[in-house]
Design a protein around this ligand. Structure first.
Ligand SMILES: NC(=O)c1ccc[n+]([C@@H]2O[C@H](COP(=O)([O-])OP(=O)(O)OC[C@H]3O[C@@H](n4cnc5c(N)ncnc54)[C@H](O)[C@@H]3O)[C@@H](O)[C@H]2O)c1
Length: 457
């Protein structure tokens, strides 16, 4: 195994925008001299000033020692002649194949033959960028997440030609920089941008059917689901243009796999210019500064079967619809969602006449009932089934190992658990039942096809 890049080896960062500045900050904080290049006049200098201010703030808070020395390790360079000493070059310019190829070719000619070149691309194939190089074996993907100094995950992506040693050095270097490094194959969306799609996609499917309002959907996902942020609030934060483009590119690159099908609901928001927080409006209005998220009330653990006053029962969903469960149970049934979270909203579905009693029974246990149409898997179970299925598909397609997929979901996306965690919480059989019921409900939609690996760990 090859070790990390020595601290005394300079790192070049090409592109001093959002990601380049963040990556330069990480490398300088870790002790490397950082040669920063951007074609836009003054951009590298402005990133340098911003990072120096951040370092000073971090030192004042006791989170960093030697801020001034760290800031002095950042050196803007006016052209690629200035990066000759770099042992690692990280490209973070615009997401354009031609521009990345041309710049990396020029960078390769400027550095020594042993230097490693890496791209921070989110959606382009690493092999396609590397194909332009004279030494594609010394090239790989090094995918940081935004904001790079805060997000711990880094995906190390091997192109077809990437040498083992290069992947090993990048992995050890990222770990030495305090990151959690996972190995991803060079496939559309790598791990995170692919496996995360159901979190947004199933929410958009539910909104399309007007099954729940964005507010109720987010309350169900943060309450019963245990997610830190609901999908609607998160899409508003990411920006609907960006989120739609990522979904679209993964869908296209997977030859229109229905699992990644973009949503008309989101396209309508993009068309209207309701791009989310940055536009002041998305699913929600964002005129004022973001209010801190209210903490949901703590709910008690619910029994699998709760008799309702006045007749009927409240059952935990097993993935099938309430109508289907009632026929098997021999009594009217209201279903509640699966629970991983500690309290707050929980989706319920069943006959109209029983909903008030179900709402009161849940309120007595500290939960806020969110009635919705009788769709298989309600909200959390449906999302969990799709996330776990996607995680196992990533493993089946050898995009990454089971452990790395789980790590990517938790560290890259802040999900409460990874694919294995959803399977442990709800059971593989229940998640499979949910997917099969959804497939049947939507007329055999292969979006809900079950992974052969979706089984108990
Ligand atoms: N923003 C994110 O959330 C995010 C997350 C992960 C990966 N990425 C990827 O990181 C890369 C950069 O994204 P960003 O959000 O930092 O973009 P950005 O627009 O903030 O910054 C890009 C910078 O590159 C510079 N640039 C453009 N063409 C150049 C060239 N030919 N030579 C030198 N500099 C050039 C621009 O002047 C700009 O400063 C993209 O590949 C993107 O897909 C972005």
């Amino acid at each position: 195994m090859s070790g990390a890049l020595p601290r005394e080896t300079p790192v070049a960062v090409l592109g001093a925008g959002t990601m380049g500045a963040g990556i330069a900050q990480v490398a300088a904080a870790a002790g490397h001299e950082v040669l920063l290049f951007d074609q836009r006049q003054g951009a590298a200098e402005s990133a340098q000033r911003g990072i120096a201010e951040t370092f000073a703030r971090l030192e004042a808070r006791g989170a960093l020692a030697g801020a001034a020395a760290a800031a002095q390790r950042l050196r803007p360079v006016p052209d690629l002649a200035g990066i000759g000493a770099a042992g690692l070059v990280i490209e973070a310019i615009i997401e354009d194949l031609g521009a990345k190829r041309a710049l990396l070719r020029a960078a390769e000619a400027a550095v020594g033959p042993a230097a490693i070149l890496a791209t921070n691309t989110s959606s382009l194939a690493v092999a396609a960028i590397g194909a332009a190089l004279a030494r594609p074996g010394r090239f790989a993907g090094l995918h940081f997440f935004n904001p790079a100094p805060v997000m711990r995950l880094v995906e190390i992506v091997r192109g077809a030609a990437t040498e083992d040693e290069v992947a090993q050095i990048l992995t050890a270097t990222a770990r030495g920089w305090g990151k959690v490094a996972v190995a991803a194959r060079d496939t559309p969306g790598f791990i995170v941008n692919r496996v995360a799609r159901p979190f947004y996609g199933e929410a958009l499917m539910l909104l399309e059917e007007a099954a729940l309002s964005p507010e109720a959907l987010d309350a169900a996902m943060t309450g019963a689901g245990g997610f830190r942020m609901g999908p609607c609030a998160l899409m508003d934060l990411i920006g609907h243009d960006v989120n739609f483009a990522v979904t679209h590119s993964v869908w296209e690159a997977t030859f229109y796999d229905p699992r990644y099908r973009p949503s008309g609901v989101q396209r309508a928001l993009v068309d209207a210019g309701w791009l989310g927080r940055k536009a002041g409006r998305g699913f929600f209005r964002h005129e004022a500064a973001a209010a801190p998220m209210p903490k949901p009330p703590a709910g008690r653990k619910l029994p699998d079967v709760l008799p309702l006053p006045g007749g009927g029962v409240l059952l935990e969903s097993d993935g099938r619809s309430a109508a289907c469960r009632a026929a098997a149970f021999g009594a009217p049934v209201v279903l509640r969602d699966g629970i991983l979270g500690a309290g707050g909203g929980i989706a319920i579905a069943g006959p109209e006449a029983l909903l008030p009693a179900a709402r009161e029974s849940l309120a007595a246990e500290g939960w806020i009932a969110l009635p919705m149409p009788d769709l298989p898997g309600l909200v959390v179970l449906r999302t969990a089934a799709m996330l776990a299925n996607e995680a196992r598909e990533a493993e089946r397609l050898r995009i990454a190992s089971r452990d790395d997929v789980d790590l990517a979901l938790v560290q890259g996306l802040n999900h409460p658990v990874g694919g294995s965690g959803w399977i442990a919480a709800f059971g593989a059989a229940r998640l499979r039942t949910t997917l099969e019921a959804l497939r049947d409900h939507y007329g055999g939609d292969t979006r809900y096809r079950v992974s052969p690996l979706l089984e108990q760990p």
